[in-house]
Design a protein around this ligand. Sequence first.
Ligand code: BG6
Length: 491
Amino acid sequence: MSSQIIPVEPFDYIVFGGTGDLSERKLLPALYHRQLAGQLTEPTRIIGASRSALSHEEFRAFARDALTEHVKADELGKDDVERFLARLFYVAVDAKSDKGWDELKALLAEGEGRIRAFYLAVGPALFGDIAQHIRDHGLITAKTRIVVEKPIGRDLASARELNDTIGSVFKEEQVFRIDHYLGKETVQNLMVMRFANALYEPLWNSAHIDHVQITVAESVGLEGRAGYYDKAGAMRDMVQNHLLQLVCLVAMEPPSSMDAEAVRDEKLKVLRSLKPITAANVEQVTVRGQYRAGASAGGPVKGYLEELDDGASDTETFVAIKAEIANWRWAGVPFYLRTGKRMAERVSEIVITFKPIPHSVFDESAGRVIANQLVIRLQPDEAVKQWIMIKDPGPGGMRLRHVPLDMTFAENFDVRNPDAYERLLLDVIRNNQTLFMRRDEVEAAWKWVDPILKAWEANAQAVQGYTAGTSGPSQAIALIERDGRTWHERR
Ligand code: BG6
């Protein structure tokens, strides 16, 4: 079946933090691509809002630069770009005062009745103020939604507080909590693999799966975000949201449908079944790391501490965890999670290792029988590979070979993989919450993460140094090797 583009109703996207990094790198390019695909209908508008005093024209110039930087040159047809820029407007608003809100109201009044989505691409400290101003200025209509970016809190208590604040203005069904990992193409594919094939689901349990690994390795360092990152660390920045969401999709029971509530109910059960990690076992099952000077992308790079102003910090830039899910399907199957900055390469993978065969009928001379592995690569080069044993083709007797069945079909279909934000931004307009986090999910994730953070503090669990450009501290290798297993390396 060829891909089908279904245009959406006209909308007004109001992007708070419209001149910020996310808007520049992701939101504007994503909406531009959706226009190219023919999905935007007239008179759709994108309204940038932030504190700086900019004219519409200045905002358009900012957007033009953003597109030039982040969209391929051959996709930047002159007419397409002009048509996109003509949709852009700008209002200077102050989240902390009444400044600019009447102007925003007047601009929105021109689109009365249209779908209205407020995107808060700003720090969570401003969520409450913005939500309240939106309400107090009468900007909420029957077709209004609000989109919030992580971090949603820095622990359970602050997440609850934030959710309460947003909840005092918006109904839960109007709140779209973004986790962009859920919009990634291969993450969607994981659900199709599991639930549209008869092959995997009967094997998808502790009787047949030995263990699961989820790696989200980045080669980048702080990227100028020290202020935020040093207070967050890898646990809050990546594990609490992206990695746990991936755990949910691997581990959840089949939902009754792809309906948002059905899917999120199942994900929630996984989060609630995660076995608590406490001060008593935290040192055995978690590793915190921090990169030291090394090399990345061919050149020397500074260590984490040298990137900070004051050069002192105990913040982790790497985490490895042996997690367990205490339910019938997964009891006894470890989920090894790891994520880090300044690692050898940028690669995100989910690896499902099946149990070894119970007995080999082949002579030793045929070679070792290696357990089947399903490798789902999220990035780069999205791919799904099922590693199986075959007979080495040709004469020469029985020799066994471990080969990948490549289920990556991107080259068979002439399509470009949309960025996660393209799908998610339009899901907001389509009012489809399936790929967004519900309040209780976010809180359940914090409920598991909080005790780990507290245990680290209570035990003063130190960060282990690792050289930038490597695969993390040796303690992370030991974590999995203690169980007689090894981290999967990209092949
Ligand atoms: C963000 C984190 O949520 O995800 C960043 O705040 C991280 O620190 C980024 O770099 C990774 O996203 P992606 O899509 O590049 O894997």
